[in-house]
Design a protein around this ligand. Structure first.
Ligand code: ADP
Ligand code: MG
Length: 255
């Protein structure tokens, strides 16, 4: 990929629900190895846009490209295989499984799950199992969850669950990670830990698009900011530029 090709391109995307235009001709790009913040008042269309990108809902019109490939007619699974991972506002973890099991179960579909290949390639399956196990251990360490590895997910704090959900996404080794309000309800110490991990992920070549309410946090940690309001792109650019934008100030004061 040429360095000026954006990892994610959103062009003129529209999504209507009956008479309501939730996403109204939105356009922006996300550069590789960056953290982009998506902000806007409640109901602005942020989660709907995420659902369009991840294939959960189909946009009515517009273009969505991931690494130069049109993805808006693909299934969520195909889009995930193409290098996109996401978390949800409410973490989707298995509460009755341990932290370690939650991570292992998030690994991509393995040879071993198909009976025929089990007979033909027993050695290959062993190798894959070992690879998943070592990936689980790396992820536990990366997110400082090692000491909780054998705890049930149901026993974790809200912030720890968010870390675990990020871990489940990382098991898929995505290029682009979409995070829907990852810091909401997370205590300050864990928020800092999470932010630190996000920066480390961009150092390791990953790209992050995150929805967040906390304006200070967005301004201090994002390379670029996109502001949605009533489904439309109100402003986009560097944090300092967006922060001083009259329309952004008005939208937030009027909320
Ligand atoms: P945000 O995440 O910015 O708070 P949403 O994307 O959740 O905003 O919602 C944008 C608008 O679309 C809201 O008015 C919401 O009520 C509406 N909406 C979202 N999902 C649906 C749906 N599945 N059916 C009908 N309306 C929806
Ligand atoms: Mg939302």
């Amino acid at each position: 990929t040429a360095s000026d090709t954006p990892l994610l391109l959103i062009e003129d995307v529209v999504k209507r629900f009956g008479g309501l235009t939730a996403v109204d001709h939105v356009s922006f790009t996300v550069k590789s190895n960056s953290i982009t913040g998506l902000i806007g008042p409640n109901g602005a269309g942020k989660s709907t846009l995420f659902n369009c990108i991840t294939g959960i809902v189909q946009p009515d019109s517009g273009t969505i490209q991931l690494d130069g490939v049109k993805i808006q007619e693909k299934s969520p699974n195909q889009i995930a295989q193409h290098g996109l991972g996401r978390t949800f506002q409410t973490p989707k973890i298995f509460r009755g499984m341990s932290v370690r099991e939650n991570l292992a179960f998030a690994a991509p579909v393995q040879h071993g799950e198909r009976p025929v290949s089990t007979l033909i390639h027993p050695q290959k399956i062993k190798e894959e199992e070992t690879a998943v196990q070592s990936r689980v251990e790396d992820t536990l360490e990366f997110l400082s969850l090692d000491h909780l590895a054998d705890e049930y997910a149901s026993g974790l704090s809200g912030g720890q669950r968010k870390l675990l959900e990020l871990g489940r996404v990382l098991m898929l080794d995505p290029d682009l990670i979409l995070l829907d309000e990852p810091m909401a309800g997370v205590n300050p110490a864990l928020t800092n830990e999470l932010l630190d991990r996000l920066h480390e992920l961009t150092n390791r070549g990953r790209t992050i698009l995150l929805i967040e309410h906390d304006m200070d946090l967005i301004m201090n940690h994002c390379d670029r900011v996109v502001v949605l309001h009533n489904g439309q792109t109100l402003a986009s650019g560097s944090p300092s530029l967006v922060q001083d934008d009259e329309r952004v100030i008005e939208a937030y004061l009027g909320d």
